[in-house]
Write a protein that binds this ligand. Structure first.
Ligand code: ZN
Length: 258
């Protein structure tokens, strides 16, 4: 049996890639939103080959999915070496996830806090499913690193964004596939202000501008209102986080450790 237990390559806070060796490959979970765009830039700066994966699970709005190919190409185009490293894109369609979920993201329901203290946008275990599908594709592509934008600082109560959850999943996947699969989450320990700062550190103002213009985060799919931080309704929980992070970042340097 191979060493399928050495999956805790993240540091204690889940952010530092001890195993991010040059010459290796990574698969980035890319949604078309702000966080995954920063993760793509982060991976392109570290891995010789970077592939991407996206999931169509019947999202109520299609804006983020529509933004995805443009975000992917434009982030890579910021630097010649990044462009050379960008590999294949994989789209996975998960209609069953929409069918079995009863949430505001996939049904025309109001976004509010549930009795369990979670936003009604929560699709139970969504990241567990996404990462397991990603691992199956990574295995086939001889990739041992999955990169995701999960964050437990601004995680809105999503338990599948916690570092403990993700590192335990990495261990289960590694055991189940008999191959070490590492899950890296560069944004785990920083807040949204830190994500904006990390974007500037990784790709300069050009990456910040790209994220403002091309990525999409708003739960309502609103592209009609342009704010300093990008497009969105300005009031849903996702817009609120993105806007507040922008304001804090604009107000002064935020801690960043890309
Ligand atoms: Zn919004």
């Amino acid at each position: 049996m191979s060493d399928a237990t050495a999956t805790d390559a993240n540091s204690a806070d889940g952010s530092i890639p001890a195993s991010a060796a040059p010459g290796s490959a990574a698969l980035v979970l890319l949604s078309g939103g702000q966080d995954s765009a920063v993760c793509l830039a982060w991976a392109l700066g570290r891995y010789a080959r970077v592939e991407t994966i996206g999931f169509d699970y019947g999202q109520r709005h299609r804006v983020e999915l529509a933004a995805r190919p443009m975000v992917r190409e434009r982030v890579a185009a910021l630097r010649a070496d990044w462009h050379a490293r960008l590999g294949e894109d994989h789209m996975v369609t998960l209609p069953e996830l929409a069918r079995i979920s009863d949430t505001a993201l996939t049904r025309d329901a109001e976004i509010k806090m549930t009795a369990a203290g979670l936003p009604s946008t929560f699709v139970p275990g969504r990241n567990l499913l996404f990462l397991t599908y990603a691992a199956a594709i990574a295995y086939r592509r001889s990739i041992g690193v999955l990169v995701g934008g999960m964050c437990e600082t601004d995680y809105s109560g999503y338990p599948d964004c916690r570092n403990d959850t993700l590192q335990t999943l990495a261990r289960a996947i590694s055991l189940g596939m008999d191959r070490t699969m590492t899950i890296l989450t560069p944004l785990m320990a920083i807040d949204k202000a830190g994500t904006w700062a990390m974007a500037e550190t990784l790709g300069g103002r050009a990456l910040v501008d790209l994220i403002v213009e091309d990525t999409h985060t708003c739960y309502l799919g609103d592209r009609s209102q342009r704010h300093a931080w990008g497009y969105g309704c300005g009031t849903c929980p996702a817009c609120d986080l993105r806007a507040k992070g922008w304001d804090v970042w604009q107000g002064g340097p935020a801690p960043v450790n890309p």
